[in-house]
Design a protein around this ligand. Structure first.
Ligand code: ZN
Length: 244
């Protein structure tokens, strides 16, 4: 019998080198079922290449707010200038067929016994950020499964709900306990914001009730050269190096 192991990744943001590091690692970790939580495009220099690789996985893909914007659907007022430049760049690089694909992505999905969403189960189309226990509580209200995976903040963290909601201390591994529900932010592949520039994703092995965080170095100097070479703003190259 094949052991099911999910590889759940989010916020690639056109960073080809980081995405390749994650895809390679998923193979070496024996991941059988990849899942992408969105924001494939925006910010960095390789939107077309990243979109092609994600589509080749033939896996569930959720819509992120940058995907929505690049597909011409969202409200640009919610974006700062740097994000706006990345959106405009991705728009130029993608075909109409690419944009149609992005616009057709679902906001959230139930997969086996868990849920996936880009931002929050509490009004997913509003792209709420979950950074506090209170914000996590709002999402838990709509979480009908023990486990939900999300991205969007670019910060890997886990909230647990039993009596109340609390953020768990940072750890590489999480063993799921009966009677506790979990909201797991998988962090970002292409632009982490927790002061650690390495690509982040998680594996989930249902048979062992185990989630493992993976952090992967990649050729970030090449990513920076691509950003600079494509005419994107310099701060985008600086921030990926800072993990900010
Ligand atoms: Zn994002």
């Amino acid at each position: 019998m094949i052991k099911v192991k999910y590889g759940i990744f989010s916020d690639i943001h056109s960073n080809l080198e980081a995405l390749c590091a994650v895809l390679d690692d998923m193979v070496s970790q024996g991941v059988t079922h990849p899942i992408c939580l969105g924001d494939i495009v925006g910010y960095n220099a390789s939107p077309r290449e990243c979109l092609r690789l994600v589509r080749e996985l033939n896996c569930p893909v959720i819509k992120g707010n940058h995907d929505e914007m690049v597909a011409d659907l969202g409200d640009a007022r919610n974006f700062n200038a740097l994000a706006g430049e990345g959106i405009a760049f991705s728009k130029k690089r993608l075909t109409n067929a690419d944009k149609a694909y992005l616009s057709g992505l679902p906001m959230n999905l139930r997969i086996s016994n868990f849920t996936v969403v880009h931002s929050s189960l509490d009004e997913p189309t509003k792209w709420n950020y979950i950074t506090t226990d209170l914000e996590a509580e709002s999402s838990f209200i709509y979480q009908n499964t023990q486990l939900c995976f999300c991205g969007h903040t670019h910060v890997a963290k886990v909230f647990a709900k039993s009596n109340g909601v609390r953020e768990l201390p940072k750890a590489d591994k999480l063993e799921l306990k009966k009677g506790v529900r979990y909201l797991v932010n998988v962090g970002a592949v292409g632009q982490p914001r927790d002061r650690d520039w390495r690509a982040s994703y998680v594996t989930y092995t249902p048979g062992a009730s185990l989630i493992e965080y993976r952090r992967l170095p990649y050729d970030i100097e090449l990513t920076k050269r691509r950003i600079r070479g494509s005419g994107l703003p310099e701060p985008l190259a600086v921030r990926i190096g800072m993990g900010a």
